[in-house]
Design a protein around this ligand. Structure first.
Ligand code: AMP
Length: 297
């Protein structure tokens, strides 16, 4: 029987500035980026599915087609009548990128409003993946629904992976963000934080402190990314330290963490051998940050 990777979150329309007043249309979003890379890395023995909500307008249809044409199953991409999807623009000013977002009415904010679909999707998965951004866009009730559904699926044997992806601008207060992220950590097996964010919002002095905090919350495996710095893992085998891949010219760090997570998870699902899986994550992230854009072929 096929095994299934289920990623849960928000995919957005991306308008990237390419020349004066011209924009290129794309689709991206942290959990979607990871699903996109997973589809490329996992063999035919795996299904990759995305769980989200979209609208019923033309751009929502175009997004769903893009997800499907990427080889990702869209059976859990739910169209909501009268809604649409979120959008962001990347503007270039003398080489500096700035982002503007329109996502407050995005259909994905309601992705957890159908508990029975959530249960069906999660219990059909071997590995479920979500992020702090998935949590941030939901209303408090939706957040509770999602975490309860994930917790129930985990009790039935589904492995759960979580990237805290701390984005304070999406939360009313940093404290709400911290509480929600630690609640998510308590229902996760594998946690993939980035130390720079964690140091800033949780006060972790070193990557090892980030790893310990998430291990104490209940995760059996924590892999702490740290930009160009050493990657630290913590599991039953103890602390591991892994060299990142040296990148001489970083072009665009968009999706560094998302692609690392895919490279790591795909490698780990294949052999459950930590060091080569972390190397695979770092290799993919190095390739992605050497080019423009979130989705690099
Ligand atoms: P981050 O989320 O910034 O910690 O980055 C995620 C992963 O991307 C890191 O663990 C590295 O594998 C890779 N990465 C990010 N920035 C760099 C960089 N400047 N040089 C090499 N690798 C990087």
């Amino acid at each position: 029987m096929k095994r299934s990777f289920l990623s849960i979150g928000e995919c957005m329309v991306e308008m990237a500035s390419i020349a004066d007043r011209n924009y290129r249309l794309g689709f991206a979003g942290d959990t979607f980026n990871t699903a996109w890379y997973m589809r490329r890395l996992l063999g035919g023995a795996w299904d990759v599915a995305y769980f989200t909500a979209v609208g019923d307008d033309a751009i929502s249809t175009q997004m769903t087609d893009f997800i499907r044409n990427s080889g990702i199953r869209t059976v859990f991409v739910r169209p909501l009548p009268g809604c649409t999807v979120g959008l962001y623009m990347i503007q270039l000013d003398q080489g500096e990128r700035s982002f503007s977002y329109w996502r407050s009415n995005s259909a994905a904010r309601k992705l957890a409003n159908d508990p029975s679909l959530l249960e069906t999707a999660l219990t059909s998965a071997s590995l479920a993946y979500f992020s702090g951004i998935t949590l941030a866009i939901l209303q408090p009730e939706g957040r509770t629904e999602l975490l309860n559904a994930i917790s129930a699926a985990r009790r039935k044997g589904v492995t759960v992976a979580f990237d805290p992806n701390l984005r304070p601008r999406l939360w009313d207060t940093p404290e709400m963000m911290r509480q929600a992220v630690m609640s998510a950590a308590a229902v996760s097996d594998i946690i993939l934080p980035s130390h720079e964010d964690e140091a800033h919002f949780f006060g972790d002095a070193m990557p090892q402190a980030t790893a310990s905090r998430y291990a104490e919350a209940g995760a059996s495996l924590v892999v702490v990314k740290n930009g160009p710095g050493e990657i630290v893992s913590l599991s039953g085998g103890g602390i591991g330290r892994h060299d990142p891949v040296r990148v001489d010219s970083v072009v665009d760090t968009t999706a560094a963490g998302d692609s690392f997570n895919a490279g790591f998870l795909a490698g780990y699902l294949d052999k459950e051998d930590l060091a080569p899986a972390i190397k695979a994550g770092a290799d993919l992230a190095a390739k992605v940050i050497s080019k423009h854009g979130a989705l690099v072929d």
